[in-house]
Design a protein around this ligand. Sequence first.
Ligand SMILES: Cc1ncc(COP(=O)(O)O)c(C=O)c1O
Length: 407
Amino acid sequence: MPDTGPLPSTDKPLSRLDDLALFGAPPLFGTPRHVNRPQAPERAVFDALMDDVWQRRWFTNDGPLVQELERRLSDWLDVPHAVLTCNATIALDLVMQGLGIEGEVLLPSYTFISTAHMLTLRGLTPVFCEVGPDMLLDPEDCAARITPRTGAVVATHVWGSPCDIDGLQALCDEAGIPLIFDAAHAFGGRYKEHRIGRFGAAEIFSLHATKAFHACEGGLVTTCDGDLAARLRLTRNFGFSGSDRVECAGINAKMSELHAAMGLCNLDVFEQTRAAARAIHAGYRDGLAGVAGITLKCPAPEEDNNHHYVVCEIDESALGLSRDALLSVLSAENVFARRYFFPGGHRSPPHLARTEASGLSLPRTDAFCGRVLLLPGGSAAQPDEVARICTLIRFAAAQAEAIRDRL
Ligand SMILES: Cc1ncc(COP(=O)(O)O)c(C=O)c1O
């Protein structure tokens, strides 16, 4: 996404149905408002790191910035090993290889599709499980799907909220299988007395540009298992342990110095980023208070959530508009809200074919996929745009019946 600088907006009245862009009026915003516009650190700080990189001509292959970022992340997350990779999807592949996982892998259907795809590409069988009312993998449903073929469980801390880690660990211990966490959303979060990052056999963070803490592109595996960390360091670099010594099959999953520099800059300002995102989230909480049919997900204080995601559940009967109708109203105004994780892993090709063949039914997942809407949030959102988006939503709610009639 190009740096658009301060985003201009068009002010317009919202008093009649014809004021909506959906019905022909100019949009509320002159440029698109996206969910999780990337955080950008001070350019001068990044440039200073780039000067050093240019001086060294050491652009990739376990460079000093990658090593520094790994050290700092391991300290910050209070976990013995932090291994950086090119992205989280490939990191999951390395972890599966590193743990020698075979057969079936249990995962929530209500998560980003990359997990199911990666497992499939590695020759594993994703087994989709149901989530609880908190949108997180339901340990009971998971337990019911464990068989002798089950090789591992991959659970996601969706929207940065921690899973029932103790419950999932207990059932994995009983089954004798590893538990891996997809912590793509959960940087900075906490479960009981520890930061997310030291649970299960490994936790995997995405450092994609749209994440709360990012390196433009990148992945991070954190683990207390030194042997696994050593294997990941081999396999992210073609299996090389020396300049011409190959230990095992590996891939190119390295992080470059440029990406590590972005990560270092963003780590320095993470608490400011989190505070800005929390203020944006609070703006939505105030702006949407009392709108019947819209429930904003508000993380519990003890989660220490990064507040990067503004997640709403739409109750069509109470709002008078379906989630998708509201999405159309917003998109026309250049507010690019998103449905997540629509339509759910078990309903997405190529996994849909197995769902249909097996008759798999995940009603709670289907319900979330049908009613969750993400609004533009995170630290790069602006308080005044939050106020305008809330005003727009309140107007749409007040005019719900008339909008429905005209759609
Ligand atoms: C929950 C979840 N898991 C995994 C990923 C994949 O991360 P990456 O893009 O770094 O491969 C994402 C990315 O958006 C995600 O949201």
